[in-house]
Design a protein around this ligand. Structure first.
Ligand code: 2BA
Length: 109
């Protein structure tokens, strides 16, 4: 068995969860925060047999869009006393960051 861990944007979460459910996959959503943007995102856990991992990845690809997000970097962090902000820059975010990990044991009690 495998655990698919997908970090997705909040805007894509509802569509992803309903698409997974309609296809017969069970999923758990966790509220998470990106370490770089420090903004909310969603982490979706899907436990599946190995031969169904690609089907899950296909659904993630179909439902999670890449977007560009404006951030204002703190330019002087750690270098001068008074931090200042630079011009906003765009970073690409998503569609999804996915980890597929082995599950040593799966039990429901
Ligand atoms: P964040 O950490 O908030 O990152 C948001 C986006 O900012 C990233 O999009 C990437 O385009 C950019 N970014 C991140 N770190 C950067 C840096 N040091 N310098 C320049 N740009 C940077 P994605 O790559 O699509 O990642 C979306 C979210 O997925 C991340 O949100 C984070 O929550 C998660 N993630 C991505 N890679 C990960 C990893 N290796 N381990 C754990 N979580 C990860």
């Amino acid at each position: 068995m495998k655990l698919v861990v997908a970090v997705v944007q909040d805007q894509d979460e509802a569509n992803l969860l309903s698409t997974l459910s309609n296809a017969g996959f069970q999923a758990t959503k966790l509220a998470s925060t990106g370490g770089f943007l420090r903004e909310g995102n969603t982490t979706v856990l899907v436990g599946v047999e190995e031969d169904r991992v690609e089907a899950v990845l296909d659904l993630v690809r179909k439902t999670c869009r890449s977007r560009r997000q404006l951030i204002t970097p703190l330019a002087s962090l750690g270098r001068v006393d008074t931090p200042y902000f630079t011009e906003p820059v765009e970073v690409p975010v998503g569609g999804a960051t996915v980890f597929v990990v082995d599950v040593e044991r799966f039990v429901k009690v």
